[in-house]
Design a protein around this ligand. Structure first.
Ligand code: GLU
Length: 308
């Protein structure tokens, strides 16, 4: 029997020296003043038991973790056709890189880099016919997988990121020039940023991700959100692409499918067992939570739980 409570307490102590080593995502002005000392970690098991430590009820900007939810939604709607517009290979490049997109003619490598998530948002807008309906459906989806209707977006983070979103607009313009964006650049980028500015706590995130640990069906409510084969593919992409050009590092040290966001959150799943979320706003040079990654590495080492 694994003593999760004891493991979380040990982790919360052992990560302290790592908290101040990261750097906040100051390219989004509203995130520049985040407190580097914040740390939270939550686990949700299949029977609904949760273990939490730190600021686990504090909501933070989920940023790129939202890409898992929008990709899930879009895959559910468009199925494999989606791969005509976005690939399924690791990029080996930073999350907001323009270079590869130019020589690969506007087709992003995967749905978890910015360019890929922008295309995914475009497919959702085409389906729902308006930016408002797209955001509403995405938020509703997140609220239903988290079983929490109070989850919402943070308008300050959204406004602040939009004002400095030069690279995302450049990526969207480049894809538009290659014919890989159907809706207006501004509409797509704004909606994408609104998804990124959704705020959740680690407790809520670990609950929300549980369906991906159980082949697409929430093990607590038995609600089905996606097919087993789609869940398998999302997990595969989280493992190979969920941490951008540090995805190899994450697989090597943590050994779980996971997705990070520049808000400092990381979600990970232990297939058939649990979902884990961690938060600490200091980022490493790849834009992934530094103490958060270390916490997950400690968790898989101490518990012996990893997919390898
Ligand atoms: N909204 C962020 C951006 O577009 C997301 C990046 C991330 O979390 O990795 O730059």
């Amino acid at each position: 029997m694994i003593n999760y409570e004891a493991i979380l307490s040990e982790i919360a102590e052992e990560i302290v020296p790592y908290l101040s080593l990261g750097k906040v995502a100051d390219y989004i002005p509203a995130l520049a003043n985040a407190d580097l000392n914040q740390f939270a970690m939550s686990i949700t098991l299949f029977d609904g038991t949760t273990y939490n430590i730190g600021d686990f009820n504090t909501r933070f900007s989920i940023q790129s973790i939202s890409k898992v939810f929008t990709f899930t939604k879009s895959l559910n709607i468009h199925s494999a056709e989606l791969y005509n517009r976005v690939g399924k290979e690791p990029s080996g490049n930073p999350f907001n890189s323009l270079v590869q997109l130019e020589y690969e003619k506007g087709k992003p490598r995967n749905p978890f880099i910015n360019a890929g998530a922008i295309v995914i948002t475009d497919t959702l807008i085409s389906h729902y016919k308006s930016t408002e309906a797209t955001f509403e459906n995405t938020l509703n989806f997140i609220q239903s997988i988290a079983h929490n209707k109070t989850i919402d977006f943070d308008s300050e983070v959204y406004e602040s990121e939009y004002k400095t979103s030069f690279r995302n607009l450049a990526l969207a313009n480049l894809m538009k020039s290659f014919g890989n964006l159907d809706n207006s650049v501004d509409d797509v980028v704004k909606t994408y940023l609104k998804h990124c500015s959704i705020a959740m706590s680690t407790k809520e995130l670990s609950r929300a991700m549980l369906f991906l640990a159980n082949h697409g069906t929430d093990p607590i409510s038995q609600q089905n959100f996606i097919t087993p084969s789609q869940a398998k593919r999302i997990n595969a992409l989280m493992l190979t692409c969920g941490h951008y050009d540090a995805s190899g590092e994450f697989a090597f040290y943590v050994g779980l499918p996971g997705k990070s966001g520049v808000g400092g959150g990381i979600v990970a799943v232990v297939p058939n067992m649990m979902s884990i979320a961690v938060f600490s706003p200091g980022l490493n040079s790849w834009g992934n939570s530094l103490a958060g990654t270390h916490a997950l590495q400690l968790f898989t080492s101490k518990s012996g739980l990893s997919i390898f």
